[in-house]
Design a protein around this ligand. Structure first.
Ligand code: FMN
Length: 163
C-alpha cells in the first residue's frame, strides 16, 4: 500500500492494543514490534504497579527489540492509556529509541480518558510531531467496531505522507 518501510510498535497488557496493531499492520502489510515488559503486569499487583509506574512516569526494562527502528521510514506507535498517561513500556521505548526514527504516527486505547494528554506526552517525549493520530475505546475494540477508524487513520497518514 505504501512504498516506504513501516514498523508498527505497540505494547498491550490485555490484547486490545495488539488487536488494533495487527489490523494496521495487516492493511499496510508491514512489520510489527510487540514490546514486552520484564516487570510482570499480571493480576491485581501488576495492575497496581502499572498504574503507579505510569502515573509517576517511571521507566521499566523492556525485552530486547527485534526490529531496528532506524531501518524504517515511519513508525506507528501504539499504547494503552494507564493512569491518564503513556503506558510505561511505551514510555521506555520512546525514551530509548527516539533518536532512531523520524516520521511517526500514534494510536492509543483507553476506557474513557481523554487521549490528548497522552498524545502530547508522546510528541514531547519523541520530539516529533505525529503525522496522524488514532484513538479507540476498549468497547470499540471489544465489539469489533474499530475498522472504520483504522481505515480513516491510514487514509490520513497517506495524505500526510504525500505532502
Ligand atoms: C493500570 C491501568 C490503568 C489504566 N488507566 C486508564 C485511564 O486512566 N484512562 C482510561 O481511559 N483507561 C485506562 N485503563 C484502561 C486501558 O487503557 C484500556 O483497557 C485499554 O484498552 C487496554 O489496552 P490493552 O488491552 O492493549 O492493554 C487503564 C488500564 C490499566 C491496566
Amino acid at each position: 500500500m505504501f512504498s516506504i518501510k513501516i514498523l508498527v510498535v505497540f505494547y498491550s497488557r490485555s490484547g486490545r492494543t495488539k488487536k488494533v496493531a495487527e489490523a494496521i499492520s495487516d492493511i499496510l502489510k508491514c512489520d510489527k514490534e510487540e514490546i514486552f515488559d520484564t516487570k510482570s503486569r499480571e493480576g491485581i499487583l501488576g495492575f497496581l504497579s502499572a498504574g503507579s509506574d505510569a502515573n509517576l512516569r517511571r521507566l521499566t526494562t523492556i525485552k530486547e527489540i527485534k526490529n531496528t527502528p532506524s531501518l524504517y521510514d515511519l513508525l506507528i506507535i501504539g499504547t494503552p492509556i494507564w493512569s491518564s498517561n503513556i503506558s510505561t513500556p511505551i514510555r521506555t521505548y520512546l525514551s530509548l529509541y527516539k533518536e532512531d526514527f523520524e516520521k511517526v504516527a500514534f494510536f492509543c486505547n483507553r476506557l474513557g480518558s481523554d487521549s490528548k494528554k497522552v498524545f502530547v506526552g508522546m510528541k514531547n517525549l519523541s520530539q516529533k510531531t505525529p503525522l496522524a493520530l488514532l484513538e479507540l475505546t476498549s468497547r470499540e475494540v471489544a465489539r469489533d467496531q474499530y475498522m472504520q477508524k483504522v481505515k480513516e487513520f491510514i487514509k490520513n497518514l497517506k495524505e500526510e505522507l504525500k505532502k
